[in-house]
Design a protein around this ligand. Structure first.
Ligand code: HEC
Length: 137
């Protein structure tokens, strides 16, 4: 009898640890919490915890490729609603307001991620000592 009790306790324990959608690891200000929650309910299975990718082939969205200048809010909305060749439409999983919150959350995460944006500065003007290489030492 004791044995059976132990087995069922074990099973109960196991069911607690079973896999679920990736959880956020970052604390965000109150105004972005809803978006974070929606993102982790709908998108993180593919786009990873904190939209950092690594979960599947879905890209990391906290990336210079997806900042507003490169990929507008309207484009994100359209991607979510219509999907792409590789991403299934999410229109049955989120409503318009939820998408707005997700976009706010993604923009906040991008801004606070210290992404280095490539600029059109040529490497040629070389007047700093730090970039000089040691030669003939
Ligand atoms: C079932 C997996 C899956 C889910 C769920 C998912 N995505 Fe995607 N997403 C992908 C894949 C795969 C790609 C790459 C698509 C491509 O290259 O065409 C992608 C691409 C994107 C892109 C970039 C599109 C482009 O043209 O570069 C954005 C933005 C995006 N997803 C946002 C979201 C948001 C926001 C959600 C949640 C509302 C979400 N995705 C949910 C799989 C998913």
């Amino acid at each position: 009898m004791k044995f059976i009790i132990r087995i069922s306790a074990l099973l109960a324990l196991l069911s607690f640890t079973s896999a679920c959608a990736p959880q956020p690891t970052k604390e965000v200000p109150q105004e972005f919490k809803k978006g974070q929650e929606y993102f982790h309910r709908v998108c993180s299975n593919c786009h990873g915890s904190d939209a950092m990718g690594g979960q599947t082939k879905a890209p990391r969205l906290i990336d210079t490729d997806y900042i507003e200048k490169e990929f507008s809010n309207d484009e994100i909305r359209e991607t979510v609603l219509n999907g792409t060749n590789k991403m299934p439409s999410q229109k049955n999983n989120v409503n318009a307001d939820e998408i707005t919150e997700i976009i706010k959350y993604l923009r906040y995460s991008q801004k606070t991620a210290n992404l280095t944006v490539e600029e059109d500065i040529s490497e040629e003007n070389d007047d700093g000592d730090e970039s000089e290489e040691k030669e003939g030492a």
